[in-house]
Write a protein that binds this ligand. Sequence first.
Ligand SMILES: Cc1cc2nc3c(=O)[nH]c(=O)nc-3n(C[C@H](O)[C@H](O)[C@H](O)COP(=O)(O)O)c2cc1C
Ligand SMILES: CCCCC(=O)C(=O)O
Length: 364
Amino acid sequence: MAGEPVNVNEFEELAKEALPKMNYDYFSGGAEDEYTLKENVEAFKRISIQPRILVDVSKINMSTTILGYKTSSPIMIAPTGLHKLAHPAGEIATARAAAASDTIMALSFASSCTLEEVASSCNAVRFFQLYVYKRRDVSELIVQRAERNGFKAIIVTVDAPRFGRREADIKNKMIIPPMANLKGVISHEVVSDKGSELQAYVSATKDASLSWKDIAWLKSITNLPVLIKGVLTSEDALKAVEVGVSGIVVSNHGARQLDYSPATITVLEEVVSAVQGKIPVLVDGGVRRGTDVFKALARGAQAVMIGRPVVYGLSAKGENGVKTVINMLKDELELTMALAGCCTVKDITRQHVRTEHDRHRCRI
Ligand SMILES: Cc1cc2nc3c(=O)[nH]c(=O)nc-3n(C[C@H](O)[C@H](O)[C@H](O)COP(=O)(O)O)c2cc1C
Ligand SMILES: CCCCC(=O)C(=O)O
């Protein structure tokens, strides 16, 4: 690419140039036809922003609180696995960039650096993402380690009872890279010599029997707030409130699990309405611009999480790349707020965006 990237999409190109094909395909890929992968991004484009004029926007304040933790903007780092496939410094670089930009980071259960290494290398507010294994004792041990090491919340991912079918990984015979948190706890044996070894490994270890009643178990093994990641319907949002979780992440796992699940921005509002402000609702999937962050906030999200752009920043330029990606999104959000006439995140309302459905209603 000629010159330095000017937006986060351009980091994808740099990451592609920097990485071996197997690694890039793992990061960028989605499930099956990758319909939802495209839709996550496209659905944002179908929403327009309705600006207000002649508002004094000489001072813009993007700061907010998430679960009571102050943060510089409503942008968080989503949990993504295996950062050493992007850069040798792995999640330590990502976490340092999060700390430098006063951004909350969610660390993946499947990280390449241990949660202890990440905790001791930066003072960012950190949440921990959990996968529940058949060996419940393994998950329990890791939750305890996260709690001891100052992580502030557990985000349990519930959209992956089995691993999605990622065809690029199958073609590449994706390996099982070391997952540092599991070292000495459970072995990474190769369980398949066909297709994606990672997929075979995950299918062999994850507990596909995990169900609503198990949230009580999870709450009983930790004092940390438990958030549930992977909600896409109002029915499940209501159940999540009922079982007493502390927050919801509207997510389709970056379109890596169930293809043809809805683009997250299209279902955010139904989840927000069901929850009625009882618990915070976060959203991820396809956020690539400050305008996307603005749209998600207007439709009721408290914050957004960013997956692939962070990994692309890390792949292209390590810690500095992640910092640049976060800062680009923050700068774009600040500009969007100014041009839309919103000085604080609380000023961003449903009336600041218009969906296709709204436009249709206006016509009839
Ligand atoms: C390479 C990669 C690895 C991921 N690993 C995890 C993971 O370990 N745990 C998890 O809950 N979600 C994981 N996700 C999903 C992200 O948390 C998030 O939902 C998704 O990336 C958001 O979409 P975006 O990439 O379009 O921003 C992963 C996503 C990607 C792209
Ligand atoms: C065992 C690694 C799982 C990471 C993950 O959730 C993903 O690739 O989507």
